[in-house]
Structures are given as structure tokens and as C-alpha cells.
Write a protein that binds this ligand. Structure first.
Ligand code: EPZ
Length: 437
């Protein structure tokens, strides 16, 4: 799947001539835990503003293999019926290998069925991405862990026991997974040193609207009182806007647009990126649910470089690091980039250097981007979702036609991206990836 297709993108050679509007879709990293939370419901849930990207399709397929009925009713609406869910708690091995978010399902499944089997999850290769926090804390909640081949088998006699968990680092998926598991656990669970991302808050708010008792989401400590299976009672989970997609569009617009309006977004979720770009000289107008970036194509602003480090929310999201580093290839000066979250998340820079960028890798976590440098078209392979989008930005900056392969990664995080970009003037085409003979 990863090599089936490629994008061909015509470069603008630094001209900033794109024009129009891009609508931000629902957040991938908000909808995936919400889909997993359906297992906590006796009847199921309804969701709206759902991005129909590849990750949503994969998680839906895993749920269907668990006996759940998933229906896409019309663009952006998805309903899940769990009345016929089977009690085996098996997370499909092949599908789970494709997506890290499959780990979200393990918490609700273990809590509901007293048993779950799952492989070490797959997904973006941006580092080792261990799951030690899950294994350790399932045991702390009373589960027994064995392995069968490369699969974990986790079982509990009766309910999981509520307990006090202190996470040694803020993990988004561990926070969300244990928040969900604790809804069906016996007694109270305290989660300390949790992730504070907007997607965590959105998950807790929806579950509370359906009868859960979750306090403190968005702060560093969340307390959950076990309540048993939930019922949606008609409450619809409205997926929050994708702050990473919005920030990616903002960076694309800053570098290549005369005027780009980004709609259906939440500027308050992306404050640090907006401020960094403004400090670099980007003209950004902020609306209630929109951002507009402008350039004078005849006298384009020469952006100033800056240093940044990725950090848990509300710091600079690691998911926007490749896009920001690509921006810095066009900014004046030497800009230090410090990727604090994933040790493999600077690997993508090799392809930018092949295009002409001046990027010095100091160690697995640090790089120095020197700009501005002209970029030349190349054939490059997307290594993950976010670097894949950064390559679209780089291709637009380049001279000539760039080929981006492995675009399944981009489709994992951005629904119908080429038609959306074509609408603002991008010459981007999806072609079958004929093997080089
Ligand atoms: C979520 O991944 C996101 N994915 C990632 O987005 C995002 O980059 C990441 O959070 C950080 O914000 C989804 O929400 C589906 P973590 P997650 O656990 O939860 C270490 C994208 O492009 N860790 O917060 O897997 C881990 O190695 C994706 O949309 C352990 O050591 O990330 C990392 O260094 C990419 N042991 C740090 O924690 C564990 O058991 C934070 O990772 C779990 C995590």
C-alpha cells in the first residue's frame, strides 16, 4: 500500500501566487481515540466532522473485525453500532501493524471484556515508540500480560482496578487509553503527568456528556471514577478541527500564497505556531475560526529564521516540526531545531538536503537549518504523515516537477489532499507508482 501511488508537484520556485480557501477537516488525532471509545458504549456512538482519511478507515476496519458495525452516512458523518460486538477482545494483527492508534483500542477492550490481544502497533517510523507505559500500567490495574509470538495477551479476572498512575512522561495515547479504560474500572483512577492536548480534552468532554465521570482533562492530573458501560443518549461527538492540518496549511500559504484563507480551524489550539510565524515576518490575520495569510507576490517578505524545540502541548507540536523546518530553509539565518519527543523524527531532512536545503544534523534530536536556499525538484520518498506534507511544501518551493512516493502516508492524515490543493492553484497530480524496472 505504501508504494502504490505518488504525487507529481510542479514547483513555484519561491513565487507566492496561490490563492483561495482551504477548509480544515476534523482532527485525525481526535477522531481515532473517539472511535476506540465506542467500545465503552452498550449501544454505540455517532460522530460528525469526521475526516475520511486512511487512518480512520483502518481503525473502522479493526472495529468491524470485532463485530462492530460502522456506517459512513454522508460526508463527515460516521455511526458505530456496538450491540453485536464480540467479547473476544481481539485486535486484528495485520491491521494493527499499520497504525499506532490501534493501541487506543486495547484499553476499552480490556476494560470491557477482561481480555485483549494486540501486536506491537505499527505507524509512522519516527522513533522506537515503545509501549512500556501500557504494559506496566495494565499490570498496575490488575491485568496479567503474556506474549504469544509477537502479540501481547492481556487478561483480568473481573474488572480492572482503579489505581494511582504516575506517567514518567506525557504520552498522548497512554493518557487517552487509560482515561478510557478507567471508565469501566472498579473505583477511582488518578492519572498524573498526563498529556494536555486539545484532543484529550475533547475525548473527556464527550465521554462526560455520555455519563462518564472524568475530571481534570487539560491539566496535568485527570481523575476518573468508574461508572460502567456508557450510553450516548443521542449525544453526537463533533470532531474538533485538525490543528496540525491547519498549521501545515498556514506554513504552505506563508511560503507560496498571495492570499490563503484557512477556514473551520481553532486558532487558540495553534497559538505557538502562529506567534513563531508572525515573529518570522509572516502576515497572518486571525478570525474566530479562520486564519488568513497574505504576501505581496511582487515584493515577497524575506522571512527571518528562528530557533524552536518541540514540546508537549501547548508547546510547538512535534507533528509540525518537519513543516516548520522546511519553512526555515527559506528563512534568513541559522535556525536550531530541537526535536525533543521522537529520536527518529529528523530523518526526513536527508531528502530536503538532496533538494538543496542546507541542514546540519547535530544528533538524533538536533539540527541547524541555514537559509534561505533555493530548492531543486527531486524524486523523494515520504517516511511518515507529517514529513510527507512537508515534502509537498518543499516541492512547491522547488524549481521543476518533484515526485513524492509513499503517499499512502500523506493519505493517512489528509483526506483528498490533492483535490483540495488543486482548488487553490497547486499543480499536483496523483499517479500510479510504476515500479522502476
Ligand atoms: C500521538 O502519538 C500522536 N498520534 C502523534 O501524532 C504525536 O506525534 C504524538 O502523540 C506526540 O504528540 C495520535 O494521537 C494517533 P506519545 P503517541 O505517546 O501517543 C514515548 C501524527 O503524525 N512513549 O505522546 O504514540 C514516545 O516514544 C502522529 O499524527 C514511551 O516511551 O505519542 C515518545 O517519545 C505521529 N512509552 C513520547 O513518549 C510509551 O509506552 C511521546 O509519545 C508510550 C510513549
Amino acid at each position: 500500500m505504501a508504494n502504490a501511488e505518488r504525487f507529481i508537484v510542479q514547483g513555484l520556485e519561491g513565487k507566492r501566487t496561490l490563492e483561495g480557501e482551504l477548509q480544515v477537516l476534523g482532527a485525525k488525532n481526535a477522531v481515532l481515540p473517539l472511535l476506540a471509545s465506542a467500545i465503552l458504549f452498550k449501544d454505540g456512538i455517532e460522530l460528525s466532522n469526521v475526516p475520511l482519511n486512511e487512518d480512520v478507515k483502518r481503525i473502522s476496519e479493526i472495529l468491524e473485525k470485532m463485530g462492530v458495525v460502522v456506517t459512513v452516512s454522508n460526508p463527515g458523518k460516521l455511526s458505530i453500532n456496538t450491540k453485536s460486538i464480540d467479547e473476544k477482545g481481539t485486535i486484528d494483527r495485520e491491521l494493527a501493524k499499520k497504525i499506532r492508534a490501534s493501541i487506543f483500542l486495547s484499553g476499552p477492550a480490556l476494560a470491557r471484556f477482561g481480555r485483549v490481544t494486540f501486536p506491537k502497533p505499527g505507524g509512522c517510523v519516527i522513533g522506537a515508540r515503545p509501549i512500556d507505559l501500557f504494559i506496566e500500567n495494565y499490570e498496575k490495574m490488575g491485568a496479567t500480560i503474556t506474549t504469544e509470538g509477537d502479540e501481547y495477551v492481556v487478561t483480568t479476572d473481573g474488572k480492572l482496578k482503579g489505581c494511582h498512575i504516575f506517567f514518567p512522561l506525557q504520552s498522548v495515547s497512554a493518557t487517552e487509553t487509560f482515561l478510557m479504560a478507567a471508565v469501566l474500572a472498579k473505583g477511582k483512577t488518578i492519572l498524573e503527568n498526563v498529556a494536555c492536548e486539545p484532543e484529550v480534552v475533547a475525548l473527556a468532554e464527550y465521554l462526560n456528556a455520555c455519563g462518564a465521570k472524568i475530571e481534570g482533562a487539560g491539566s496535568s492530573t485527570i481523575t476518573i471514577t468508574g461508572t460502567g458501560l456508557l450510553s450516548s443518549k443521542g449525544e453526537i461527538a463533533q470532531v474538533i478541527p485538525d490543528r496540525i492540518e491547519a498549521a501545515s496549511f498556514l506554513i504552505l500559504g506563508a511560503l507560496s500564497a498571495k492570499q490563503l484563507k484557512i477556514t473551520h480551524c481553532r486558532p487558540s489550539d495553534m497559538r505557538v505556531v502562529i506567534e513563531l510565524l508572525r515573529k518570522a515576518g509572516v502576515d497572518i490575520e486571525e478570525g474566530k475560526n479562520s486564519l488568513t495569510v497574505r504576501n505581496n507576490p511582487d515584493k515577497p517578505t524575506q522571512y527571518q529564521g528562528f530557533s524552536f524545540r518541540t514540546h508537549e502541548y501547548p508547546g510547538v507540536p512535534t507533528d509540525i516540526q518537519p513543516q516548520l523546518a522546511t519553512f526555515l530553509t527559506q528563512a534568513v539565518g541559522e535556525s536550531p531545531v530541537f526535536e525533543t519527543i521522537f529520536e527518529g523524527r529528523l530523518n526526513y531532512t536527508t531528502e530536503l538536503v538532496r533538494m538543496g536545503a542546507n541542514i546540519l544534523i547535530c544528533d538524533p534530536h538536533r539540527a541547524i537549518v541555514k537559509g534561505p536556499t533555493p530548492l531543486e525538484a527531486e524524486q523523494i520518498d515520504a517516511p511518515d504523515i507529517r514529513a510527507g506534507f512537508a515534502y509537498i511544501i518543499a516541492a512547491l518551493l522547488a524549481k521543476g516537477y518533484t515526485t513524492i512516493r509513499n503517499i499512502y502516508y500523506i493519505d493517512r492524515g489528509h483526506e483528498a489532499i490533492e483535490s483540495r490543493l488543486q482548488a487553490i492553484g497547486v499543480d499536483i497530480r496523483r499517479v500510479a507508482d510504476t515500479p522502476i524496472v
